[in-house]
Design a protein around this ligand. Structure first.
Ligand SMILES: NC(=O)c1ccc[n+]([C@@H]2O[C@H](COP(=O)([O-])OP(=O)(O)OC[C@H]3O[C@@H](n4cnc5c(N)ncnc54)[C@H](OP(=O)(O)O)[C@@H]3O)[C@@H](O)[C@H]2O)c1
Length: 315
């Protein structure tokens, strides 16, 4: 591939593209890109790189990773690290990179959940794979019922003090633990920047459980992962299951999820979106961004064409 020079037009839509993350100093793009799928060691590197280039060229400054994204585990961070070296190094200060630890990563008792031992070691490994000195945002990837919350949260505070992350976040924590985290971190002058939760037209749990409202009131940002329900809230499955789609891999998005009732619902929403001159994907992303307290939708993409379509949601 030819040498990369970022598009001079990448901030052309700044006024509509960025919004403040809670009551922090950070602006995030309304559409962010996650590297959970399509950036692993099993994927075509040149396509992964092309998607990353396209994202940055269109103002997507926030890229979201986790230690175990791949497959194999760690390889999405390696892919990103390679692109960092080959393309993005001159633009490091224009990028907002997050990673996480919380799910199974390596064998034995210290490669999972929420201990200080795991979080500290995992971030050091992630930084090496991503070829970074620090991440902008480090998350506890999930709530650990067996580790004292103080231990997990103090590890996040100390990671910031060590200069390995600028901000901290939590993902998929229940309401009361989130409230505790907000208070604990605030008292230590490392305020919780953002909560990452699954919110989309098919799954409204963070709204129903009061997490979105809590974040909004506390000045904490909220980023919605799987905003397209892994592709269900697009035209991907309206006429069958296309070859190469995530559902054909039968791992995270299983065939049986696409019930006749769901298909009918998707078709109805699709018709409503078309009547407004929009696609189902645009409608789904706009619906999330309209909810009070939401900072960004964290999409996935297997092609630049999908990214291009999804970015139209903010026009
Ligand atoms: N915190 C957590 O626990 C957690 C959990 C899950 C995800 N996440 C984060 O959220 C990010 C996004 O998750 P996700 O990939 O599930 O998001 P998503 O945006 O709901 O789904 C992305 C998938 O939908 C399909 N798609 C996207 N745009 C399309 C379009 N315009 N037309 C047709 N199909 C389209 C593609 O699937 P095909 O492969 O079929 O093309 C794409 O890979 C992850 O990368 C990760 O960073 C976090």
């Amino acid at each position: 591939m030819e040498k990369y020079i970022a598009s001079p037009k990448r901030y052309e839509k700044s006024e509509t593209m960025y919004q403040r993350c809670g009551r922090s100093g950070v602006l995030l793009p309304k559409v962010s890109l996650g590297l959970w799928h399509n950036f692993g060691g099993v994927d075509d590197y040149s396509r992964s790189k092309e998607i990353l280039r396209y994202a940055f060229d269109h103002g997507i400054t926030h890229l979201d990773l986790a230690n175990n994204y791949g497959p194999p585990y760690g390889s999405a961070e390696e892919t990103f690290g390679r692109v960092m070296d080959e393309d993005f190094r001159p633009y490091r200060d224009e990028l907002f990179i997050s990673t996480k630890a919380g799910y199974d990563m390596w064998d034995g008792p210290y490669g999972n959940w929420g201990s200080r031992k795991y979080l500290m070691a995992s971030l050091d490994q992630s930084l090496k794979r991503m070829r970074l000195n620090y991440v902008d945002l480090f998350y506890s990837h999930r709530y650990d019922p067996d580790t004292p919350l103080e231990e997990t949260l103090q590890a996040l505070v100390d990671i910031v003090h060590a200069g390995k992350a600028l901000y901290v976040g939590i993902s998929r924590w229940p309401l009361e633990a989130t409230r505790f985290a907000i208070d604990y971190l605030k008292q230590r002058d490392v305020p919780l920047l953002i909560y990452q939760g699954r919110l989309n037209m098919l799954d409204r749990e963070p709204m129903d459980e009061g997490i979105l409202q809590l974040c909004h009131e506390a000045g904490v940002g909220f980023i919605s992962f799987s905003p397209l329900a892994q592709g269900l809230l697009t035209d991907r499955y309206l006429n069958g299951i296309p070859e190469g789609s995530r559902m054909t891999r039968e791992h995270f998005l299983k065939h049986e999820m696409l019930t006749p009732e769901l298909l009918l619902q998707l078709q109805t929403w699709n018709a409503e979106a078309q009547a407004e001159g929009r696609t189902l994907a645009e409608r789904a992303l706009r619906w999330i961004l309209e909810q009070k307290g939401v900072t960004s939708v964290l999409i996935g993409a297997s092609s630049t064409a999908q990214l291009d379509k999804n970015l139209r949601a903010i026009d």
